[in-house]
Design a protein around this ligand. Structure first.
Ligand SMILES: Nc1ncnc2c1ncn2[C@@H]1O[C@H](COP(=O)(O)OP(=O)(O)O)[C@@H](O)[C@H]1O
Ligand SMILES: [Mg+2]
Length: 225
């Protein structure tokens, strides 16, 4: 088994896929093989597979985007751009939580590569009536990488997400503060967040910030257990 990380966020559109793509590309440039999974994907249309999260992750890992390769890293795909519980219900389906956990465990264990598991939405998006992403994180027991934004209100969302994860012993290993469009800026966000996040390493990533992503990727590799 290679090293694996679960990538979650304070909310949707915060930059989970962007950060995962950046890590995958940077690690591959350093000679590391990387596999990325997007086990649960809503808002998916097969005609736009390459723009989907799974398609973007496959490309970042140097793999072709086909219906088959998308299905292989993203078994739970739903059309509606809703939380997975609702998107599944609209198709008369549901996510079998035990199957989801077992599938992820198997994929992580059988891989010799570094594995990035992208969650869905934020930390507490419902997967079904009993489980949210948080239960998924607990069950997988992987180091958690939390992506937060710099939009106004983002600091509270970040601290709320950290509190929710801490409550169940899943404190993030690292937080990536990823600059939002029209936000209050990285410096303001970091200055506000840092004093409240005593021991958690925080990384700042600007807009289209290739060096920032590169530094982040190098740092995570350096801190590999
Ligand atoms: N730092 C950034 N610089 C430029 N574009 C970004 C950055 N972070 C995110 N984006 C873009 O913003 C959009 C939403 O980010 P995405 O990674 O898809 O969020 P999530 O996976 O959390 O839903 C995507 O088009 C992504 O490429
Ligand atoms: Mg995404």
């Amino acid at each position: 088994m290679g090293n694996a990380y679960f990538i979650t966020a304070t909310g949707t559109d915060t930059g989970k896929t962007f950060v995962a793509e950046g890590l995958a590309r940077a690690w591959r440039r350093r000679g590391r093989a990387v596999r990325a999974l997007k086990p649960v994907m809503s808002g998916y249309s097969p005609e736009q597979a390459s723009q989907s999260d799974a398609g973007r992750l496959l490309a970042a890992c140097g793999e072709a985007v086909t219906q088959g390769s998308v299905a292989a890293i993203s078994p739970w795909r739903f059309a509606a751009p809703l939380s997975p519980d609702r998107a599944a219900a609209l198709e008369g389906r549901s996510i079998d939580f035990d199957d989801l956990v077992a599938w992820c465990r198997r994929e992580v264990l059988r891989s010799q590569d570094a594995v990035l598991v992208e969650g869905v939405g934020g930390v507490m998006v419902p997967l079904d009536e009993h489980n949210t992403v948080r239960e998924w994180i607990i069950a997988l027991d992987l180091p958690v990488l939390l992506v937060a934004g710099t939009y106004l209100g983002g600091v509270s969302h970040a601290l709320t997400a950290v509190a929710a994860l801490r409550e169940v012993g899943a404190t993030p290993s690292v937080i990536a503060v990823n600059e939002s469009v029209d936000g209050v800026g990285l410096e303001t966000t970091l200055a506000s967040l840092r004093p409240h996040l005593d021991n958690i390493p925080i990384f700042a990533i600007g807009r289209d910030d290739a060096p920032g992503l590169e530094g982040f990727a190098a740092d995570i590799l350096a801190s590999d257990p």
